[in-house]
Design a protein around this ligand. Sequence first.
Ligand code: ADP
Length: 279
Amino acid sequence: MLDNIVEFNDVGFVYPGDSDNGIEALADINVSIKRGEFIAVIGPNGSGKSTLARHINALFRPTNGDVIVDGMNTKNEDMLWSIRQTAGMVFQNPDNQLIATIVEEDVAFGPENLGLPREEIAKRVNEALHLVNMEDYADFAPHMLSGGQKQRVAIAGIIAMHPKCIVLDEPTAMLDPIGREEVIATIKRLNKEENMTVVLITHFMEEAVQAGRILVMDHGHIIMDDVPKKIFTRIDDIKRIGLDVPAMTELAIRLNNCGLMVPKDVLTVEEMAEALCQL
Ligand code: ADP
């Protein structure tokens, strides 16, 4: 089995534009994603995050270089179906992703398209709804659900296809804090318990710190690639490109400025509480 589920080799991507040269959205992207990793992708608006994500399930194909998904080159048209089954994609707006009138029918849509037997479909729908903690809502109409619940149903619809990798493009951007927490908890569980590879695009730093590794994008390039603690101690670099550090990191710095020596690489409320208790 290949170690890397996704590889970008010298990838560039140009959108056709008004000018002769078009709009360069990705340049010199070289990155590998290992099986079972949880990666967050952050960066200012227009830095290329969505364009990168859409290359993983072959919605876009590179202008230069190659994207390899589980050994398949996304330029190979014959592999399109297998690639999309390997790497499922969840988008920002859950309302655009739910199509059926009942939750379980919605989740069944993908497996039905795979031409699976009826019992297998029913099994996958139950499993997927259980994994996103929505089994009690199987016969609900999607419009009766909260934003977070809808997004979890959308995730169930992807999981029911048994992808090896799930790519989420700002899945919590339209949700309230409770919905955001539910969705992030679901993503973490899929990664930890099901060993699913997760690529999470987000503009919430509190979500990014939950990942094992963060890619920081700016102007179509990956400018940092490291564990969260290493990324967010580069405060000046992060702020220079217009991003924030997590609230707890900001607080740690301010406490240090006031002479309270907590570690400056604190990322979460739990870590901050522990650091303060130790003083
Ligand atoms: P992000 O997800 O980080 O906000 P995008 O991948 O959406 O960034 O955009 C990267 C660059 O590509 C930006 O300059 C953006 O304006 C441009 N872009 C995105 N989508 C299109 C499109 N459909 N046509 C032309 N340019 C686009």
